[in-house]
Write a protein that binds this ligand. Structure first.
Ligand SMILES: *[C@@H]1O[C@H](CO)[C@@H](O)[C@H](O)[C@H]1NC(C)=O
Length: 176
């Protein structure tokens, strides 16, 4: 466990890049266990504080966890344990190469996340987080209709893993 933590927090020279399987919208919306419209209202960090390397040639990057407090405006898919939450804490890696992502505060956003066994809610670049406005009218209407659960239930599960560009531009993540 300690070893893994060290690997995660110290990345030397080649960290690898985050790669996601692109998905079709709106089918991609059927994957996350947590899906809701809302807005990030605060951002903090957890773990190692962000640091500038003292020597820029050192290529050592210290990762930490970005912690977003997110207001829930409209829930589309929510585990029972979060159904009464007006805010949800969502965590993601500070590192884009580890598929970390980010949110602009106070912006109308579709949040897509999952829950770890510990109850921690996480998201990453491969989750279909997006500004609400970037969703097509079709996706917006599907989410807000009563048909969404049935649409997802009818999905051919292989289709959701298709390799097509999503209809949306990614959330403009502010990488530190
Ligand atoms: C859900 O709300 C409860 C009660 O306010 C809070 O303690 C908990 O941290 C919230 N869960 C998440 C994942 O934010």
């Amino acid at each position: 466990m300690m070893f893994r933590l060290v690997l995660l927090s110290v990345c030397v020279a080649f960290c690898g890049a985050c790669s996601c399987a692109p998905s079709y919208f709106p089918d991609a919306l059927c994957r996350p266990r947590i899906l809701f419209r809302g807005a990030a209202i605060a951002e903090g960090t957890e773990g190692k504080e962000p640091e500038q390397p003292t020597n820029p040639n050192m290529m050592i990057i210290r990762y930490y966890t970005r912690v977003f407090t997110v207001r829930v405006d409209q829930a589309f898919r929510m585990p029972a344990s979060l159904r009464n939450n007006q805010t949800i804490t969502i965590k993601t890696s500070s590192s884009g190469s580890m598929c970390g992502t980010g949110f602009t505060l106070n912006e109308d956003t579709l949040f897509a996340a999952y829950m770890r066994q510990s109850g921690e809610v996480r998201t990453n670049m491969c989750s279909p987080n997006t500004r609400w406005n970037y969703l097509s009218a079709r996706s917006q209407q599907l989410l807000e209709s009563n048909d969404f659960p049935q649409y997802c239930a009818n999905l051919d599960t292989n289709k959701g893993n298709g390799f097509l560009m999503p209809e949306v531009r990614p959330v403009l993540a502010t990488q530190p």
